[in-house]
Design a protein around this ligand. Sequence first.
Ligand code: C2O
Ligand code: CU
Length: 461
Amino acid sequence: LLHSAQLAAVGALAGCAGELPDVGSSGREVTPRSTVTDDPNESVTLTAAPGVESEAIDSSATWAYDGQTPGPELRVREGDVLGVKVANDLSEETTVHWHGVPVPNPVDGVPGVTQEPISPGETFDYKFRAEPAGTYFYHSHVGLQLDRGLLGPLIVEERDPHVEYDRDVVVVFDDYLAGEPRLPADTGTGGGMGGGMGGGMMGDVRPPYEGHLVNGRLPSDPTRFEVTEGERVRFRFVNAASATVYGVRMAGHEMTITHADGRPVEPVDADSFAFGAGERYDAVVEATNPGTWVLQADALDGNEPPARAVLAYDGIDESSTPASPSSPTTRLGYGDLHAVSSLDGIGGSPDRTFDLTLSQGSGAYVWTIDGQAYPDADPLQIRPDEHVRIRMTNRSPVVHPMHLHGHFFRVGDAVKDTVLVPGHMGQVTIDFHADNPGRWLFHCHNLYHLDAGMARVLRYV
Ligand code: C2O
Ligand code: CU
């Protein structure tokens, strides 16, 4: 359904380009990020299939890469060429998107925009140079497949990190849906999805989440991160949830935030941070407080019990009860983030500015950007090498984690690819350099909002 509608939109784009407003010429050129032709340094196959190897979570509605959710950790060095053959053993079409990595457009994984989706029984070869270094993740970009479990971490290691640490561990948070995901509209009145009525006809609704996972495990059988006294551990936190903003805390330890969305920031201490679907933070933690401690992520927009993992020092009795974190006294804000190096090409005033309103449609469950719902929405046209500014105003009562494909953007003094736009007239401005020609999705990373239309294509002309 989504597929044919999106392809129709692409067709319409191609057919009526003359009717689109003339955006003028910047008179500048940037070289398209071309498809990589070198042999990969790392070649892997990922098979998307129903079912998961886990006792803790219900496998009936879970779909996974290689039988695991999160899928296998892909890890390469910065600048390496990564080749991933994706095999589709699902009963429906799929694609894979490399969230945050500014890949060449043809391997960005957006069905009907950058590629034909992969049919059941077929494969597709993705290949790109893994840069810049950072904490990323990959996920299906078709329908609600991400909320079934089709996601996994992608780590691109720095050759020369700006902070010292002894080793790193990946921590993937995910909201866990036991049943099949469906849009509120499919449930008739929306009553089947639970959650509050937040404004508009349908209100905002959350899927009936069972709870929250850390690396695929529920709090009843938590992941244990073993640490040795004295070591510095870099935690790479990924919010791979579909509809959850998490507040993250670690008992007994301060976190030093070192990266936001994979990009290095001036190290800043925090005892908690909040992040939305699609965001990542890295934090270095010094293991100086032996014991067992809870790492906790509270669902700030849900009522489910929090995600919990355990930080356990070597030699501490497995049966000791881990200490819970105290209430946060400070919470990291975007204003605390200062990029180590800012983006090129966006000094001075922008060449092009979009003022976009984020809001809920009325009637059916529809979410819009400037009153239009994807895939029928007009593309936003930009020219190569422009400094583009997007100002967002959120006229809905709920937060939207807005994600830009193919580019990093500046927000305040930080460099990110996903940013939370608070509800009730929250405003956020992002700036980016149009240095990666193609067609790129810009959308809310709340999967239910995305699937209900909250997306636009940014199109280089
Ligand atoms: Cu995680 Cu369209 O992206
Ligand atoms: Cu949203």
